[in-house]
Structure formats: C-alpha cells, structure tokens
Design a protein around this ligand. Structure first.
Ligand code: SAM
Length: 201
C-alpha cells in the first residue's frame, strides 16, 4: 500500500507535491500558511476561494477543516481541472470546483460564505465588493496583493466597506538554495496579505 502524500494534521504542504501547469501561479508554502492563518477557519466554515489557481489553498483548507466546505472559483477551464486533480491527489472531498469568472459567477454559487480568500482577478475592487455583499455577518475576507497598486486598491476597498479589524501583513521569506558552489538565501516574492471582518458597527 502506498503511503499518503500528506498525512499530517498541520498545513504546509511542500510546493513540489502539487501538480503544476506551466505559468499557473501557486501560493508558496510559507505565504499560504499566513493566508490560512488569517482566514481563521471555524469547523463548519463555508470558504469561497476566488481565483483558486493551482488549488493549494483549497487543498490545504479542505484537509484542515474536514467538516467545512470550500468552493474554489477559477475562470480558466484547464486550471479548474488542475484544481480538481490536486484535490484528488490529496484525497480532498469537501471542495467544489466551479469554473467561472468573478464577480459575475458569484450570484450562482450556493450558500453564503463565512470566509473568503481572494487571490486574483480584475477589477479587484469589484470582486472584493461583490464577495463582501455575499459574506455572512461575522465573516472574514482575506485578499492578497503582490504590487503597490493592488495593495492600495484592496486597502481602499476594505475601508470603503467599513471592514473591521483590518490587518495588513507583508511576507518576507528567504529559502536556502544551492547556487553553484554556494548556498544562498533566495527571496520568495513578498506578498501583502490583507484581512478584514464584517461586523455590526
Ligand atoms: C495567483 S493565482 C491563485 C493561486 C492559488 N491561491 C494557489 O495557491 O493555487 C490566481 C488565479 O486566479 C484566476 N483568476 C483571475 N481572475 C479571475 C476571475 N475574475 N475569476 C476567477 N478566477 C480568476 C487566474 O486564472 C489564476 O489561476
């Protein structure tokens, strides 16, 4: 009997265990951990993973929260199929993969989310506002930005929505790598991780 690919109760699956498609991004392991931490999942949370890419967030949260439900939204058909394959690879059964483009497709999703992760899409503020509209009270949104423009837009969007307990964290991660005869610390692209809550004022 072959041993399972990931048999641990903690998140942090190494990036190279996921099936990849050329050019399709993935949230790097350490950044993924920060995103998952910011989501603060509860045992039965419904999570919308918008712009689900390679599916690393969907897989990790599916494993971490077996009584929860994840809806992974991805606009590209080939990439949506990749997410399903990565779920199958890790034996994750509580992820529904939806091929669709946000924000338009959100109205057709079943249920209202308690948590949302936004990692892609333009115009990003429209997606943020649409997701916020469906978010349950007490819900949390986590969104990432890799550049100053997205950081500003998301930050402005959360303020306009009067999100509470807004946090912004910038990752700064270096991994030891062998380059020729030397070992150097190579930087993982820094990401901004923004989060906010939908609380009564
Ligand atoms: C940065 S990747 C997400 C990586 C993912 N978190 C992971 O670790 O596997 C962003 C993805 O969002 C998708 N995307 C971009 N705009 C979108 C939209 N409007 N609706 C749905 N998906 C979108 C892209 O096709 C891409 O695969």
């Amino acid at each position: 009997m072959s041993s399972p690919l990931w048999n641990y109760t903690t998140p942090g699956i190494p990036d190279d265990l996921f099936e990849r498609l050329p050019g399709i991004p993935l949230s790097k392991r350490e950044v993924r951990l920060l995103i998952i931490s910011a989501l603060r999942l509860e045992s039965h949370s419904l999570l919308w993973d918008i712009g689900a890419g390679t599916g690393t967030i969907a897989v990790e949260t599916g494993l971490l929260s077996p009584h929860g439900k994840i809806v992974a939204v991805e606009r590209d058909e080939e990439v949506a199929n990749l997410i399903q394959r990565n779920c199958d690879r890790f034996g994750v059964e509580n992820v529904d993969v939806i091929e669709g483009s946000a924000p338009e497709c959100l109205q057709d999703l079943p249920g209202k989310p308690h948590r949302a992760c936004i990692e892609g899409g333009r115009p990003i503020k429209d997606i943020l506002k649409a997701v916020w509209h469906y978010l349950e009270p007490q819900g949390r949104i986590v969104a990432t930005a890799s550049n100053l423009e997205s950081l500003y837009t998301l930050s402005e969007g959360l303020a306009e929505l009067q999100a509470r307990n807004i946090e912004v964290v910038q990752s700064s991660i270096n991994r030891l790598e062998t380059r020729g005869t030397h070992q150097i610390f190579a930087a993982v692209n820094p990401m901004f991780i923004l989060s906010g809550e939908k609380l009564d004022s």
